[in-house]
Design a protein around this ligand. Structure first.
Ligand code: GLY
Length: 333
């Protein structure tokens, strides 16, 4: 599959784990996390590898600087590509490092989590978090290649697979309700699911690469509230868990505003619950969540913006949502 963007295009190639490591230049600098280092040591031995601590807390300035300094120490040159071997955290961090090291070098995304496969490795959004909010520093910096091996999912902890399922359900809710039976199967065909989701992501980012028309912003369904919940939990909740709760609350917000058909939030909630995802978070302070939402990238002036469902399988960006409406939904959670 080829993804087109304003500066060219890149290929998403499907292969086995072994083929991924055969394809990578033996001299290529690889940035990964400690879980992957342990599982894939036999492929990493003898290569240039920087190992980071797994977890959202790693996506910060300290590690951004650490990666840049490591590349400089290794004398990595402009002609070389940096490899992001990992989930969304490693992918986003390596992407912003690649966008800025020597004023920009190529990077190869090797997504190893379900979440990274279906979402973050495609589309070129890269970045790190600030104490004030998620992904507040970043760039649009597309990879030069995505090497996709769904075989990596075999070593992914079950909790992380379920975490990724939140982003998978998101596609069913915003654009592809026909995915639903596939996602409800007890023995899910992840290779098929990943390919269908990547194609949906490809279509969206090709249509609205820089998130200017509102189409790409539909991928943010559940994320405005979800990011705030994730931040309020001090990243104890995984991203997928937080956006699962966020999707239910944003569906309820849409219902209260007369945008989303009544009953949608309940349907969404039962799909997510059956998958093993949380859909409520009692111990949150609505005022604090609202304050975190004021740092959301979609905010313009004092107006909040939300990607809301106009139906199950259809989504649109709405601006000018009042804080009172949002507080009402958060307080009822
Ligand atoms: N993860 C949402 C986007 O790439 O736009």
């Amino acid at each position: 599959m080829v993804v087109k963007h304003s500066r060219g295009s890149y290929e998403i190639s499907t292969m086995s784990v072994e083929e991924v490591f055969q394809k990578l230049d033996p001299e290529a600098p690889i940035i990964t996390d400690n879980n992957l280092e342990a599982y894939y040591a036999k492929f990493l031995n003898g290569r240039k590898v920087l190992v980071l601590q797994a977890g959202e807390g790693t996506k910060n300035f300290a590690n951004y600087q650490k990666c840049l300094e490591w590349l400089a120490t290794q004398k990595v040159q402009r002609s070389q590509s940096i490899v992001a071997l990992g989930g969304g955290v490693v992918g986003d961090l390596v992407g912003i490092v690649a966008a800025t090291y020597l004023r920009g070098v190529k990077h190869i995304q090797v997504p190893t989590s379900l979440l990274a496969m279906v979402d973050s490795s495609v589309g070129g959004k890269v970045g790190i978090d600030l104490p004030q909010g998620k992904n507040l520093v970043g760039a649009f910096w597309p990879p030069s290649e995505v090497l996709l091996a769904t075989e990596f999912l075999k070593t992914l902890p079950h909790e992380q697979v379920i975490n990724g399922m939140a982003e998978v359900w998101k596609y069913a809710f915003i654009v592809a309700p026909e995915l639903t039976p596939l996602l409800e199967e007890s023995d899910r065909d992840y290779a098929k699911i990943v390919n269908l989701c990547i194609d949906l992501k490809r279509q969206t980012v090709e249509a609205d690469e820089f998130e200017t028309t509102g189409q790409r912003a539909t991928l943010n369904f559940g994320h405005t509230i979800g990011h705030a919940i994730e931040q309020a939990s001090d990243y104890q909740l995984l991203h997928g868990q937080a956006i699962s709760i966020g999707m239910v609350l944003e569906a309820r917000l849409g219902e209260n505003l007369g945008i989303t058909p009544t009953g949608t939030a309940t349907k969404i909630q039962s799909y997510l619950q059956r998958t093993g995802l949380p859909t409520t978070q009692k111990a949150t302070n609505p005022e604090q969540l609202l304050d975190f939402m004021r740092s959301d990238k979609k905010v313009s002036g004092s107006e909040l913006a939300f990607a809301l469902l106009t139906d199950l399988g259809a989504c649109k960006l709405f601006r000018g949502i009042s804080e009172k409406n949002v507080l009402e939904v958060l307080s009822a959670n």
